[in-house]
Write a protein of this length. Structure first.
Length: 253
């Protein structure tokens, strides 16, 4: 009688050997399309550079002229039927010459009171904005337009072009935005004139009203009108400071 043969353990073809290595295929790389290169910077023509120089001369001359005459003295001396037209002209010229609008608005309040001072100051702001826009569009835009490059400047220009009224309105409602800088920035962009003017006239109403009322009631600093206007001005200053602080560039950790 023969001895029993040992039974071999069954092997599975799908079971890998202990020392075998399972190779995995690498994940396919995602193709990233490179950003299109910026077009080469075109050098402005000589005529455009001459007009830009004329714009700088005009703005510098307007600012320097304030050393030769006092706007407040002119406004105080104006009387009769020419008083309001002179006040509008002085306000518009002062805004182009970089005079602070809070001082102009307060002066309007002192001279004309709240009832007439607010509409006159708003109209003067609109006239000054229109004059600055015309100067910037005709004299400086062709020379500075090629410099609108990069993501930030391109996005700002796109918003001003497609949402002109809304964008200008938001800029004017922000009390910390320099008035004349906003005028020239819009002039160098593709924003149209009438949406720009409408956004300016409507957007300056809140800040203008606060400063005009403060100037009109400055002789009685305990009156409700002065206290309310002073509180509004303080709130706008705090809002501007907080907005600028939050918009500051942060260091990457």
């Amino acid at each position: 009688m023969s001895a029993p043969q040992p039974i071999a353990a069954p092997t599975s073809a799908s079971t890998p050997a202990p020392d075998s290595v399972i190779e995995t295929s690498p994940a396919p790389a995602v193709a990233v399309e490179p950003l299109p290169p910026l077009p080469p910077l075109r050098r402005p023509r000589r005529g455009a550079l001459l007009r830009l120089g004329a714009l700088l001369v005009v703005l510098a001359a307007a600012a320097a002229s304030l050393l030769l005459w006092d706007p407040s003295a002119v406004l105080s001396a104006a009387s009769g039927p020419w008083r309001m037209p002179i006040a509008l002209s002085v306000y518009a010229f002062g805004s182009v010459a970089f005079l602070p609008r809070p001082a102009l608005n307060a002066g309007m309040g002192v001279l004309f009171g709240s009832l007439w001072g607010v509409p006159l100051a708003v109209a003067g702001s609109a006239l000054g904005a229109a004059a600055a826009f015309a100067l910037g569009r005709w004299l400086g835009r062709e020379a500075l337009r090629p410099l609108v490059r990069g993501k930030v400047l391109t996005e700002i220009d796109r918003r001003l072009s497609q949402q002109g009224f809304r964008s200008v309105l938001l800029v004017r409602l922000f009390p910390g935005a320099p008035f004349q800088a906003g005028n020239l920035a819009c002039a160098f962009s593709n924003v149209r004139f009438w949406p720009y003017l409408a956004g300016t006239a409507l957007g300056v109403v809140p800040t203008t009203t606060a400063y005009v009322v403060a100037g009109a009631s400055a002789s009685s600093p305990t009156s409700p009108a002065f206290l309310v206007s002073a509180a509004v001005i303080a709130a706008m200053c705090v809002f501007s400071a907080v907005s600028l602080w939050r918009a500051r560039p942060r260091r990457s950790s």
